[in-house]
Design a protein around this ligand. Sequence first.
Ligand SMILES: *[C@@H]1O[C@H](CO)[C@@H](O)[C@H](O)[C@H]1NC(C)=O
Ligand SMILES: *[C@@H]1O[C@H](CO)[C@@H](O)[C@H](O)[C@H]1NC(C)=O
Length: 254
Amino acid sequence: MTAAENPWGWFLGYLLLGVTGSLAFLDGGYIINGEDCNPHSQPWQAALFLEDDFFCGGVLVHPQWVLSAAHCFQNSYTIGLGLHSLEPDQEPGSQMIEAGLSIQHPEYNKPSMANDLMLIKLKESASLSDNIRNISIVSQCPTPGDSCLVSGWGRLASGGLPRVLQCVNISVASEEVCKARYGPVYHPSMLCAGGGQDRKDSCHGDSGGPLVCHGSLQGLVSFGQPPCGQPNVPGVYTNLCKFSDWIQTTIQAS
Ligand SMILES: *[C@@H]1O[C@H](CO)[C@@H](O)[C@H](O)[C@H]1NC(C)=O
Ligand SMILES: *[C@@H]1O[C@H](CO)[C@@H](O)[C@H](O)[C@H]1NC(C)=O
């Protein structure tokens, strides 16, 4: 962990105010007191680009499919794989692949902010390598206290981007804590993680990016209550254990 005084202000690229006026999707997202990931230690991490601009994270879950947050939806994307920095030219072995189809969960935002996931089909399959690999999705729901790693390239307070992918470990919070914090917005399609007292371990990667617990994909960065890194304020992730059937069926049908 980086020291708490490290002046890393991963800041929101932009906010979409949620129903309570204080909740916000984390487009651009941010990681507080994380550290540079070991290069290519998260080979399933994807980056979503609109034209040349990075705007959300994603996760390779099949050689031809990326999972991301439904609120990251756009009409077209280029998906970067095998990146450490966001400069494909400087990343040997990286691949930039155009997205074809993207399918938001049919119940996205019903109720507000719930079911925040979508599947993106690549126009061609990624070539898997040491730096590019799909990750399996959990079928079991998380246990409070589980330690998980979240990664992302959130924007800096200055509006710039970190040089390389950031990683931070956070713990899964209980459903009770999550309900108490997010009140009427809480939905079983969400899980809470982070919110530790030390402020070191408690923030988000980019929207749509991976929360990996025990080596499997457990969640996607969804939203939070800014500012990030407040003790007792965990962030919200899409609770993927609830979506195994939808993910499998959608991939098989398309
Ligand atoms: C990657 O995707 C392929 C094709 O669906 C699957 O057979 C394989 O098990 C996946 N690997 C992991 C680690 O999930
Ligand atoms: C996260 O925790 C794992 C297991 O304890 C550790 O190996 C890894 O270095 C930690 N990563 C970060 C970014 O703190």
